[in-house]
Write a protein that binds this ligand. Sequence first.
Ligand code: PFF
Length: 464
Amino acid sequence: MTTHKHSHAQWGSRLGFILAAVGSAVGLGNIWRFPYMVGQNGGGAFVFTYLICIAVIGFPILIAELMVGRRGQSNPITAMSRVAEQNNRSSAWGGVGFMGVLAAFLILAFYSVIGGWGVNYIVKVGMGDFAGISADAVGNVFNGMLGNAKELLIWHTVFMSLTILIVAFGVTSGLEFASKLLMPLLGICLVAMVGYGAFSNGFSATLDYLFSPRFGDINAEVILSALGHAFFTLSLGMGVMISYGSYLGREINLLRTASVVVVMDTGIALLAGLAIFPIVFANQLDPSHGPGLIFITLPVAFSQMGGGLVIGVIFFSLLTFAALTSAMSLLEPVVELLEEKTPLNRAFSTIISGAVTWLLGIAALLSFNEWDSFKIFGLGIFDFLDTLTGKFMLPLAGLGVIIFVGWFMHRKIIREELHLGNTGELIWQIVARFIAPIGVIIVFVSQLLELLNYQLADILAYFT
Ligand code: PFF
């Protein structure tokens, strides 16, 4: 990024922006969250719904967020209220940005716990902990880690400290540089693992599982999870893409750039699915295992393949790197806000916000062991944070942005931003005004009803 005097900083190049945006989008969401969501939500039914959500809701909202950022030239809250004012609307729209920043903060707390699992596994695989052991034993190692609060705390702390260091010292440009090498390497590593899976006896079952959806399995829960995941994986609804958009130069084509981000992000997720499920099926593991899925399947494959130790270490290192570029983008908006609104400098803003997130992360990791009986709405703290952000806050903030852009942004501005022909503009209007917002609203209301139902049942049960 280069800073011009008197103006907001801008990305050095289109490539620089794409690397940073892809760096934010591609992370644990693609490699850890996507496969386990697929496993918990009926395989192909989820994949199919997720792809639709990405295309008709995620993609337009990504464009809308980048557009608000580029117009607003500031942090998500100021950008939203500034753009609202430019369009003669109330600056209260800044509230949408605020919810996004809050969501980013909550997500980072549990994201860092999983990032810690990644770092821990670099060491475990490297030390040969999985060499020659059975799939059951691999599962036991994972469960042992979950049950051990101290172990989780150490690695959560390591991951969070790395994130704080990167953000505090503003070494993001160094990271941008490293991304050029490491992101493609992650892609290559996944392709190689898919290649390995292709020769195992679980591959045809995998293709069937992922790409032959049983449409009867698509229910409200699957749709909601797919939508929430589309937001999570594209880093939407958190103000992150608004922040990033604010560094975009005028000359950059938003549509093309957003397409690259979406294609790369979706591609990496599908590759992760194709790499992981052959191991699941070849070893008769349970696809619906939940958040531990990649941590109990991949080491099985690494323990069986020649050179598995080295490949395993490389893989978990690349995963950690991808997680760090995402974590950094989660912390950035909070830091940017503190820096602008308080007298704190960058280093202090980062340390304070990082420390608070770290504390919240401790509560999340304790829900796997010491505090496992403490529930909020029937969920442990980790699941509660995941559900609150993924299923409620992100869709709601994303909805705010797309409604604003679809309904209240002057046509002239849209024209200047998107450079679409007449037909293109018509399609944009239909998608931004109707398809994307209505999609989110339907999913959202159905979830709310389900929750109320659950609460109502609870309350009734209490009185009867
Ligand atoms: N998109 C990231 C992933 O898929 O891992 C997670 C994430 C990063 C979400 C940044 C939100 C965000 F603002």
